[in-house]
Write a protein that binds this ligand. Structure first.
Ligand code: GLU
Length: 445
């Protein structure tokens, strides 16, 4: 495999997709050695076939706002790879959404879903629609207009969307309601649904909970106890919420959250009612964290800054891609950080990841750490297919088992001679080997 050739041909074919190229490059660098040991992969052009999505749907989403004005957004669904199961992955509604973002997310999702051990292929979709400042009625009309176009291309055994940034329980409800009306079936072609209509217990918490189960495994493998450790979290949405809850439950102390306006540092710990308050902030629709420091006097708000400048034991990006850069990584290293784990997808820039690996920092990538979210979506699909609902304990036990398993797979392929575990390499190889052998078995399709 000639990584440079593959990347430059991708760049020539699809100019202006830096996030996608970043994600592809990371995977190719990790798997190069093992790929070259399998000439049958090269012969079947596995890489060339893996870096192109199976298909992409792009559509316009016209809708009417509360003032009666017509708005037009772009909608997408990238069905990336279905070698190991139906396409599966979230929808992101955010002003930054474009094809590069969704292709990188769909590519990552393919390997992440493989790591869960559940039969799910990779997909991603969304829109440049910004939920901030929109009324409930506007969000409903937008979701309905979006689904009017997408419904034909999804189904319980073809493609199962879910939430992501900007798409939470409310949006899933509106999307699924319209889907059912159009498709005239009730097969749960969405995960993250409400508990009253086919959703799974623990799904809202799952990404954050799974992330902390993974971090705990990383620490345990090094003989470190998570109790009493300080934790910096970024973001204040659903993922940050689940992570803060589980970190606190495991005895760690969460000292930061952040928003587009800056970050909050609360040395007393963000726990209990403060975590509930985080949800209130999110539900206000303002997309700012500054009011936290007025509500809780122990906290300070740092406008326009990121939490990585604080001295902490554990750093958990939980917001968006490339939210932790090389400078941030250096600051964390200078402050003797013990562990950094991406709960957001590709939360760290390539330079930051390289620095962590070079300095042998305990670091793990999003596709391993945050796989608990989509894994629990897989468990929701199973419950829907069986027409039953598992208890929270049953789902949580399965989630814990899956995260342990992902950790074990990462060690299998990522342990280096000096004892350092390169989780980036481990997770990429484990995910890739599963997808590649499934592709090999199914011929050139
Ligand atoms: N958006 C989440 C992710 O990045 C969840 C996807 C899903 O549940 O299908 O994995």
């Amino acid at each position: 495999m000639k990584i440079d050739n593959i990347l430059s041909s991708l760049e020539a074919k699809h100019p202006g997709e830096p996030e996608f190229l970043q994600a592809v490059k990371e995977v190719l660098m990790s798997i190069e050695e093992i790929y070259n040991r399998h000439p049958e992969f090269e012969k079947a052009r596995i890489i060339e076939r893996l870096v192109e999505p199976d298909r992409i749907f792009t559509f316009k989403v016209p809708w009417v706002d509360d003032k009666g004005d017509v708005q037009v957004n772009l909608g997408y669904r990238v069905q990336f790879n279905n070698a190991i199961g139906p396409y599966k992955g979230g929808l992101r509604f955010h002003a930054s959404v474009n094809l590069s973002t969704l292709k990188f997310l769909g590519f990552e999702q393919t390997f992440k879903n493989a790591l869960t051990t559940l039969p799910m292929g990779g997909a991603k979709g969304g829109s440049d629609f910004n939920v901030k400042g929109k009324s409930n009625a506007e969000i409903m009309r937008f979701c309905q207009a979006f689904m009017l176009e997408l419904w034909r291309n999804i189904g319980p055994d073809t493609d199962v969307p879910a939430g992501d940034i900007g798409v939470g329980g409310r949006e899933i409800g509106y999307l699924y309601g319209m889907y059912k009306k159009l498709a005239r079936e009730n097969t749960g072609t969405f995960t993250g649904k409400g508990l009253d209509y086919g959703g799974s217990l623990i799904r809202p918490e799952a990404t954050g909970f799974g992330g902390l189960y993974f971090v705990n495994e990383m620490l345990k493998a090094k003989g470190i106890d998570i109790k009493g450790k300080t934790v910096a979290i970024s973001g204040f949405g659903n993922v940050a919420w689940g992570a803060a809850l589980k970190a606190t439950e495991l005895g760690a102390k969460v000292v930061t959250i952040s928003g587009p306006d800056g970050y909050i540092y609360d040395p007393d710990g963000i726990s209990g009612e403060k975590i509930d308050y985080m949800l209130e902030l999110r539900n206000s629709g303002e997309d700012i964290v500054a009011p936290y420091a007025e509500e809780f006097k122990s906290a300070t708000f740092f406008a326009g800054k990121r939490p990585w400048e604080q001295k902490v034991d554990i750093a958990l990006p939980c917001a968006i891609q490339n939210e932790l850069n090389e400078h941030d990584a250096q600051q964390l290293i200078n402050n003797n950080v013990t562990c950094v784990a991406e709960i957001s997808n590709m939360g760290c820039t390539a330079e930051a990841v390289d620095l962590f690996v070079e300095k042998k920092v305990l670091f793990a990538p999003g596709k391993a750490v945050n796989a608990g979210g989509v894994a629990t979506s897989g468990l929701e699909m199973t419950q829907n297919a069986m027409h039953i609902q598992w208890t929270a304990e049953e789902v949580d036990a399965k989630l814990q088992q899956i995260m342990k398993n992902i950790h074990a797979q990462s060690i299998k392929y990522g342990a280096e001679k000096d004892g350092y575990i390169n989780y980036v390499k481990g997770a990429n190889i484990a995910g890739f080997m599963k997808v590649a052998s499934a592709m090999m078995a199914q011929g050139i399709v």
